[in-house]
Design a protein around this ligand. Structure first.
Ligand code: DGL
Length: 262
C-alpha cells in the first residue's frame, strides 16, 4: 500500500503549484497528477457540476490505486470535499483560501481574497470566512480570465496584465495589507501581482501548508513510502497541453507527462 501513489487532481495546470510543494516535502513518494484541463475552468460551473467532475477524477484516482487523494483545487475542495469524504473511504486532503492566517496577521484589519466564483460562493468558504474574520474587513474579488490565462500560457500579454490591474483595484482602494490567493492557478501570477500591488501587501497562498498537512496525514496513517524504489511523478492531461505542463515542471526531473482521456 505505501508504494501506491498519492493522486492530486485539479481543473488543469494550476494545481502543479501545489504539486511542486508536495514533491519538495515528499521526494520519495510516487505521485500522480490529473490535469482536467478539458473541463477548466471549474470556477464558473454549478456546485453539482463541480461535485460530478470531482467524482470522475476520484474514480480514476481509485483505479490508479491511490492511497490518498489531494484535491489540488480550491473550487473543488470548497464545493465537493465533504461529499467525497462521506462517500469514499480513502483520505482526502483539500486546499482552501488561507483566510485565517491573513486575518490573524493583518494589522490594517483589511484583507483581500482573490478566488473563483465557485469558491467565493461556496458554503464552506462562507463558514470559514465567518469563523476567522471577526473585526476584519474582507474584500472579495472573483478572478476573471486568470485561470484561462494560466491554462493558455498568456499571463505575460499586455491585455491580460491590464485586465488583472483593473481587477485588483478594489484591494488598492481599500488599502489591504494581506492578499489571499484562493486558487491554485494564481501562484503563477505572483510576479505580476507583486508589480501591480503596493509593496506593503503580503501575498499568501496555502500550498506549503497543504503539502505539510499531506506529509503529516501520510505519517499518521502509516502510508509513507518505505520502499527505496521511487516511481516518479506521472502527470496525465486530457488536452494537448503537454508542452505547457513540461515548461511549468521544467525544474523537476523524473516527471512524465501523458495525454489520456478522462
Ligand atoms: N485551480 C482551481 C482552484 O484552485 C481553479 C478553478 C477553476 O478551474 O476555475 O480553484
Amino acid at each position: 500500500m505505501s508504494k501506491h501513489p498519492v493522486v492530486l487532481f485539479d481543473s488543469g495546470v494550476g494545481g502543479t503549484s501545489l504539486l511542486k510543494e508536495i514533491i519538495h516535502l515528499l521526494p520519495r513518494e510516487n505521485i500522480v497528477y490529473l490535469a482536467d484541463s478539458k473541463n477548466a475552468p471549474y470556477g464558473l460551473r454549478t456546485s453539482q457540476d463541480i461535485i460530478d467532475l470531482s467524482i470522475k477524477n476520484t474514480e480514476l484516482a481509485i483505479q490508479m490505486k491511490a492511497k490518498m487523494i489531494v484535491v489540488a483545487c480550491n473550487t473543488a475542495t470548497t464545493n465537493a470535499i465533504s461529499f467525497l469524504r462521506s462517500n469514499y473511504s480513502l483520505p482526502f486532503i483539500g486546499i482552501e483560501p488561507a483566510i485565517k492566517p491573513a486575518a490573524l496577521n493583518s494589522k490594517a484589519k483589511r484583507i483581500g481574497v482573490l478566488a473563483t466564483k465557485g469558491t467565493l460562493s461556496s458554503e464552506l468558504f462562507k463558514q470559514t470566512s465567518e469563523s476567522f474574520t471577526e473585526g476584519v474587513n474582507v474584500i472579495e474579488v472573483i478572478g476573471k480570465g486568470i485561470v484561462e490565462a494560466v491554462e493558455g500560457g498568456w499571463t505575460n500579454d499586455e491585455a491580460f496584465i491590464n485586465n488583472l490591474n483593473q481587477q485588483i483595484q478594489p484591494f488598492i482602494k481599500e488599502d489591504i495589507d494581506y492578499l489571499v490567493l484562493g486558487c491554485t492557478h494564481f501562484p503563477y501570477i505572483i510576479p505580476k501581482l507583486r508589480e501591480l500591488l503596493p509593496k506593503h501587501v503580503t501575498l499568501i497562498d496555502s500550498g506549503r501548508a497543504v503539502a505539510e498537512q499531506t506529509k503529516t496525514i501520510l505519517r499518521e496513517k502509516h502510508l509513507k513510502n518505505t520502499d527505496d524504489s521511487f516511481g516518479g511523478i506521472n502527470i496525465y492531461t486530457n488536452t494537448d497541453n503537454s508542452s505547457h505542463l513540461q515548461e511549468l515542471m521544467k525544474d523537476f526531473s523524473n516527471v512524465s507527462i501523458t495525454r489520456r482521456e478522462f
